[in-house]
Design a protein around this ligand. Sequence first.
Ligand SMILES: Cc1cc2nc3c(=O)[nH]c(=O)nc-3n(C[C@H](O)[C@H](O)[C@H](O)COP(=O)(O)OP(=O)(O)OC[C@H]3O[C@@H](n4cnc5c(N)ncnc54)[C@H](O)[C@@H]3O)c2cc1C
Length: 486
Amino acid sequence: MKTEPNLAPLINKIYPRQDTLVKEGVSRRHALKLMGLSPIAASVIASSTATEAKASNAKGKIVILGGGAGGIMAMAHLRKRLSNPDITIVAPNEVHIYQPGQIFIASGVYDPEDIKLDNNDFIPDDVKWIKDEAKSIDADTNTITLRSGEKLSYDFLVVATGMQYHYEKIKGLSIDDIGKNGISSVYLNDLEKGTYEGGEITWKWFNELKEAVQDGKKPKALFTQPDTPIKCGGAPQKILYLAADYLRQEGLSTQCTFCTNTSSLFSLPNVAKELSKTQKMYDDMSTKFNHVLIKVDVPNKTATFAHAYQEQGEWDEDFEMYETTDHYEEVTLEYDFLHVVPPMGPVDAVRDSSLGWQKGTAKGWLEVDRYTLQHRRYKNVFGIGDICGLPMGKTGGSARHHAPIVAKNLISQMQDNEIKEKFDGYTVCPLKTQYGKIIMAEFGYDGPLPSLPFWKDVSVPRSAWWIFDVYMLKPMYQHLMMRGLM
Ligand SMILES: Cc1cc2nc3c(=O)[nH]c(=O)nc-3n(C[C@H](O)[C@H](O)[C@H](O)COP(=O)(O)OP(=O)(O)OC[C@H]3O[C@@H](n4cnc5c(N)ncnc54)[C@H](O)[C@@H]3O)c2cc1C
């Protein structure tokens, strides 16, 4: 198999990390301007993708819940397709966070200001913007009760509330512990308040880890992944590899252990194989599969994991298979540095309404059809983004694919036409295996879904994807995706 030339060292020279730039007295923003990549990329793609959509005369009051990636994209796609749109968006936040950028803040590539966007730039005057949250939803009467107590009715509803973190489900850990005593969590943000300290805390943590190793210690670093659906399933490993590479670039290493609920490194076998190879690239990196963080003893720096596993027994002649025995144990590990990925779940307003799945593993997540994104029981309700109770797809890239499907299907529903558009499960995980290289794992319900026909193998770490992700994706998000242009 042809392998990619390793351009990572060269890229790191051209696009240095923030600390190098600061040392050299150049701001990253200037570097970006010089490269001129983002505006050019945005305009080239805009001109090639902006198509005149046929406006529909369909009528009805549409309410969108949530002003994050999915809510804004749904709004933009609906506006583009309706000649007289009657859209209300319920979004508490003026600050709009480009969440994928939290990883680049954590690794010193972005400044915190780089990912702070403004919903005032995305929500036009002809859309009614209610700066509040839905407290409860009564789908039987098409009514939402806002936190203010006000009631809001709708004819059609788009649910785009995303998900919520549950740090409190890890015994002994409180959000206040994050950023202290060797604990970090890149995910930490409050979308309602528009705060996102997880990136900065983790960048500080990277540097504390480096200083500890430079002091001649061999600190133990643990990286966790919970047993719930999470947004951007690759993020726990992105932090693992970038932290290890941050040390490696200085000729340093330490013990890094990835403790994950899963039994393999990725759902696509080729990607899992490549990630195993990545782990071998770093000294003293290992994985504990089927380990779920349940408790942290902050003062004593220990983490306890639930470890459930099966043991193979005797060959059963009658059933022609091995007998298995289930085991459960709690494993306590010492750490010096701990990167926590919290359990996540559907937001309360959806979970507590009749809109959530009523049972099964997706209980509480929005019960939409996995192809049409229409609610399975309430036909005037559609879902977009992380809140959807789908087997995959909790990424911004998925929401981008949801948006035109939701808009077209909702308009068909408004007109009593057949619902035709189908979501293929598109999910994208830009796995940073080191500074300067990314595996762009793109897949759907039926396997890999590469965006570029000439790079069919989605398991190859590529330098070009790093450049794309660092320099082009954010302007594309801001100038194209948020405006319904792609
Ligand atoms: C660290 C990190 C790294 C990531 N990396 C990537 C990546 O590389 N690639 C990628 O594609 N995706 C990535 N993602 C995931 C991506 O950001 C999300 O999948 C995407 O933002 C989902 O959009 P959404 O609209 O469903 O949710 P969000 O963008 O989270 O927005 C939900 C909005 O709903 C609001 N809301 C919540 N409850 C209510 C309520 N009751 N009423 C009204 N509004 C409400 C919230 O305040 C929020 O503004 C990453 C995420 C994180 C945190």
